[in-house]
Each structure stands twice: as structure tokens, then as C-alpha cells.
Write a protein that binds this ligand. Structure first.
Ligand code: REX
Length: 415
């Protein structure tokens, strides 16, 4: 073990001990101690009733269950609603594991940025320098992949055009990374390299290929030794192509395209269609730990964290942004949160933290292909990070017409 790894391990253990003991810096009052020279920020207490209402709304939109875990200066708050297993009727459980979908992209990005730190690759170098001949355009860089600006077509568009048949066709399939890239390259590219943000799972499949090429190890090994072990994430795993979620877990229920059709239990699947773009399993505690550790600089150097959190808009609302394998949402109260969303059959996930890593929310609902349930679940962010809304609407957003967080369902990528 290198000195750097030992240091990371020690830091991780300390962080976990602190979090486990519930001793994240407690201020009593909801005021974050300001960094020297920085303006003192007032931190609203989370509105846990609002969080519960958002979970309830996700259930009203068809999720069998939902849960959220918030950690902040005053400790940990959890809420669970509904069931984690429709057949047995087992209640949702805050400790239970589930499929986190694209939150996996942040894991992959961390691994790749560590490799940049180690001098194994350059962010602005062509992907083809490391994977000769893979891509049809030498201008596509590593940064283009991480920012979804490569123009590589998202092969999942065709794969899941028909939701349940598409899912059943790949549920037990094992793809190589190359096969997934080949599916993408069958279609024209969506943009010239670097021109615009076009969300595509293909980018993070290529990130997985880079990780494996540069380390000579499977992505599973790199997640394990660079993130899961140093942070002590006991409920996080990457078991591709195993289909089971081991231990206490949430069962996932996929909505069919036909309104009113029966939900499909989608728990068991290889997730081979996503791999390094979306196949990690985790739970609320570990997701909180991961995004907090990331924001507190426990996983990346200051330079790499700065690169990761440097964002560009993903739409015209000026509330949504993407960095390197990382989203930023600007909430209605002005708070900015960093993290990722995830959609994999049967599971919607949110894992976000403030930039100072003092507050974090993870939330999930055990359904998918139901945009309105995902939108409702997204309401947990506003409630958790912005706190109670004043009774009368006098906020500057109402006066100026600044958009609040827009509906998830209006984004094609939020299926
Ligand atoms: C695939 C289809 C969705 C899901 C997808 N998921 O691309 C990636 C992810 C891994 O998590 N992306 C999300 C299916 C959006 C993110 O980055 O936040 N939908 C479903 C359909 C639609 O099949 N016909 O909803 O389960």
C-alpha cells in the first residue's frame, strides 16, 4: 500500500468513525462555521416533514416504497415509507441496498480522476491515445466523455425504446464494453466533439474501458481499492455480471409503458447494459458517506475536485449543471448541491451534498419508468437543503420569476 493510499485509508476511517458517532461538526445553531475570509452562511434546518411529503408523493405516483437519509450539522434524520418487497410486504428499511444507476458515474469519474492525479492520463488528451482506434474521431478527449460532450450516441435509447421487452431482452445478458461501444457507433454521433452537452451512457462505458486499460484491472477492483475500502462502504458493491443484490435489499418494480399494466419485478439483472455507467449497488448510509467524502476532498486532490465541480449548464433553466461525472443543482433557496441522480429499472436514486460536505441527502424510490414519481422524489432535495418554506410566498424567486427546480420529467435523460 502506498503512502497516499494509507493516508486515504486513515482519513476514511476517521470520517466514518465521526459519522457513525453522529459527531459531524455540531454547531447547535444552524450556522455553518465560515472558512476564514468567507461570508458566514446560515444553514436552514432540514424540513423532514417536507421530505416525508415528497416520499409520499413519489408513492402516490406509483412507487411501492421510498426512503431518504439526511445528514447535517445536527445529526442524521431518516424517513422510510411503504414497502421494500411487495410480495412479502416487508417495510422499506433505511439500511437496505438497491441499484443506484448513474450515481455509479460519479464512482467511475473519481477512479479516472485519481488516475489523472497519478499521471496515468491527461484530461484533454484524445481517448484514442489510450485506446487506439476505439473511437472514430481523434478529437474526442477524456474530458468530453466525463462532461457528456463527446457526441457518442446513447445506445440505451434504442435498447429501451420499449421498456419491458427492452429490459427483459438484456436482463440476463452479459455485454463486453466493446459490444456496447459498437452499439453506439452504429448510429451517427449527436454533436461534434465538445460542442454541446448530450447525456450518453456510452461515455461512461468508455471511461470504464480507460480504467481497465490503464490499471490492468477490472473496474470492480478499482472501485473497491480506491473508494469502497478507503471509505469503509460496507453496503456498496459492484458485482457485475451477478444478478443478485445480496443482504438486506429493496426490490425494484418497473412500470410498463402501458398505463395500468402490472409492475415488473426487476430486482435481479446483470445491469451489463450499463456497467461503469450504472451498475453499482449501495444504500443510503454509504451514499451519504460517499458524497460527503468526495466534497470534503477525501478522494481527490484539490485540483481534481476543482475540475470535477467546474460545471456547465445542461439546459436553459440555469438550475442544472454538469461537471465531470457530477451534477450540480441550484436549489430555490440559492443552495447548490453536487451529486448524481440514478435510474435503473425499478429504482430512482438521488445522492447529493453541499460543496462543503456538511450536509448530504440520499433518497430512493423503488420504481422507474414513471417520471412523475422521480420528479416527486426530487422534492426531497428542496425540503432537505432549503428547509421550511415561509408561509407567504415572498421569496426573491417569486418576485423575479427565477425558476425553481424544474420538473424531472421534462428531461429526456430522466426516464
Ligand atoms: C435506462 C432506461 C436509463 C431505464 C438510463 N440509466 O440511462 C442511467 C442513469 C444508468 O441512471 N441515468 C439517469 C428505464 C437518468 C441519470 O443520470 O440520472 N426506462 C426505466 C425506459 C424508458 O426503459 N423506455 O425507467 O427503468
Amino acid at each position: 500500500m502506498t503512502l497516499y493510499n494509507r493516508r486515504r485509508l486513515a482519513v476514511g476511517v476517521t470520517l466514518i468513525a465521526a459519522l457513525a458517532a453522529g459527531v459531524l461538526p455540531a454547531t447547535g445553531a444552524h450556522a455553518a462555521p465560515a472558512a476564514p475570509g468567507a461570508a458566514r452562511e446560515t444553514t436552514p434546518a432540514p424540513d423532514m416533514e417536507g421530505v416525508s411529503a415528497a416520499l409520499k408523493a413519489a408513492m402516490a405516483q406509483g412507487a411501492p416504497g421510498a426512503m431518504a437519509r439526511f445528514i447535517g450539522p445536527d445529526g442524521i434524520e431518516t424517513r422510510t415509507l411503504g414497502v421494500r418487497d411487495r410480495e412479502s410486504g416487508a417495510a422499506m428499511d433505511i439500511r437496505a441496498r438497491f441499484r443506484i444507476g448513474s450515481v455509479s458515474k460519479t464512482f467511475s469519474s473519481v477512479v479516472l480522476l485519481q488516475l489523472v492525479q497519478e499521471g496515468k492520463l491527461e484530461l484533454d488528451a484524445p481517448v484514442n491515445r489510450y485506446l487506439p482506434g476505439l473511437l472514430p474521431d481523434d478529437r474526442i478527449t477524456v474530458r468530453h466523455l466525463l462532461t457528456h460532450r463527446s457526441g457518442l450516441w446513447d445506445y440505451t435509447n434504442a435498447m429501451f425504446e420499449h421498456t419491458v421487452p427492452g429490459f427483459e431482452a438484456v436482463r440476463n445478458r452479459v455485454f463486453s464494453h466493446q459490444e456496447l461501444v459498437d452499439l453506439s457507433l452504429k448510429e451517427p454521433r449527436t454533436t461534434e466533439p465538445g460542442v454541446s452537452y448530450q447525456y450518453s451512457n456510452t461515455n461512461f462505458v468508455v471511461v470504464g474501458m480507460l480504467i481497465e486499460k490503464l490499471t490492468g484491472k477490472p473496474v470492480a477492483t478499482e472501485y473497491q481499492r480506491r473508494i469502497i475500502e478507503p471509505l469503509g462502504l460496507r453496503n456498496t458493491s459492484y458485482v457485475h455480471p451477478d444478478v443478485q443484490i445480496t443482504g438486506l435489499h429493496v426490490r425494484g418494480y418497473l412500470h410498463p409503458d402501458e398505463a395500468g399494466g402490472p409492475l415488473v419485478d426487476s430486482t435481479e439483472q446483470t445491469v451489463s447494459w450499463a456497467q461503469s455507467a450504472g451498475a453499482v449497488i449501495s444504500n443510503p448510509t454509504d451514499l451519504n458517506l460517499f458524497v460527503i467524502a468526495l466534497m470534503r476532498g477525501k478522494l481527490l486532490s484539490p485540483e481534481m475536485l476543482e475540475a470535477m465541480t467546474t460545471v456547465t449548464p445542461t439546459d436553459t433553466t440555469n438550475t442544472r449543471f454538469y461537471g465531470l461525472g457530477l451534477r450540480r443543482y441550484n436549489l430555490s433557496c440559492g443552495t447548490q448541491v453536487y451529486g448524481h441522480t440514478g435510474t435503473v429499472q425499478g429504482y430512482y436514486t438521488y445522492a447529493f451534498a453541499t460543496r462543503d460536505g456538511r450536509r448530504s441527502l440520499s433518497a430512493m424510490a423503488n420504481t422507474s419508468n414513471k417520471g412523475s414519481a422521480n420528479t416527486a422524489l426530487g422534492g426531497t432535495l428542496e425540503a432537505a437543503f432549503c428547509g421550511k418554506k415561509p408561509a407567504a410566498v415572498t421569496s426573491s424567486s417569486a418576485r423575479t420569476g427565477t425558476p425553481v427546480l424544474p420538473a424531472e420529467s421534462d428531461l429526456a435523460e430522466n426516464r
